[in-house]
Design a protein around this ligand. Structure first.
Ligand code: GAR
Length: 215
């Protein structure tokens, strides 16, 4: 219709290294209309045979693989930056991307990189977070979606989802139940960031209040 403008899609670039279940949960949210206005512009993997990248191909999404093994981090990340820019992404979503990002990558997308981590940060950063939490004996576990900064699993938190640790749990059952929460949390966090309806107060993500002026 003349004069009507549809809003440009909010384009995300997904980076993964493995099975890609968080990526698939995001793709499902988009397909089922729970992430309206968001589209996956590119899926990148640093591992050639990552199941997540085959799944992305099966969904006919644009994909690219840049094998990182044996390459200097900055050089590899420059390829990723080039691809993400070429695909005009608004937000980078790390979804099981198991390689540290270079400072150059982080400064290329300021406050525009999200990560999901399977613990209630700042507890249990790093690898095998679910096993760390189980071994520590915590009674509440969960996942965190946060902005990425130059420190490992450290940036400002967008949201967390918590679950009780059951007497009957082992580290695997706990990880499975955390993963189910991750699949809800990541789409919710992307929707929050895509809305732009928030402000950062120091490390604190705060949703903007809407006041009805009556006008
Ligand atoms: C997820 O549990 C994610 O939270 C974790 O890797 C897994 C990837 O699974 N990420 C980290 O530990 C990052 N520090 P997926 O490939 O099925 O999404």
């Amino acid at each position: 219709m003349a004069g009507s403008k549809s809003k440009a899609p909010f384009r995300i670039g997904v980076l993964l290294s493995g099975r890609g279940s968080n990526f698939l949960a995001i793709a499902k949210s988009i397909r089922e209309g729970r992430l309206s206005g968001v589209e996956i512009a590119i899926v990148l993997s640093n591992v050639a045979d990552a199941p997540g990248i085959s799944a992305a191909r099966d969904l006919n999404l644009p994909t690219a693989v840049y094998v990182s093994k044996g390459r200097p981090r900055a050089e590899h990340d420059a390829d990723l930056i080039g691809s993400l820019r070429e695909h005009k992404i608004d937000l980078v979503c790390l979804a099981g991307y198991m390689r540290l990002l270079s400072p150059g990558f982080i400064s290329a997308f300021p406050n525009r990189i999200l990560n999901i981590h399977p613990s209630l940060l700042p507890a249990f950063p790093g690898l095998d977070a679910q096993q760390q939490a189980f071994d520590y004996g915590v009674k509440v576990a969960g996942c965190t979606v946060h902005f990425v900064d130059e420190h490992l699993d450290h940036g400002a938190i967008i949201l967390q989802r918590a679950i009780p640790v059951l007497e009957t749990d082992d580290a695997h059952s706990l990880a499975d139940r955390i993963l189910a929460e991750e699949h809800i949390a990541y789409s919710e966090a992307i929707a929050r960031v895509a809305s732009g309806d928030y402000e950062m107060r120091g490390r604190r993500y705060v949703k903007r209040q809407r006041f009805d002026t009556g006008n």
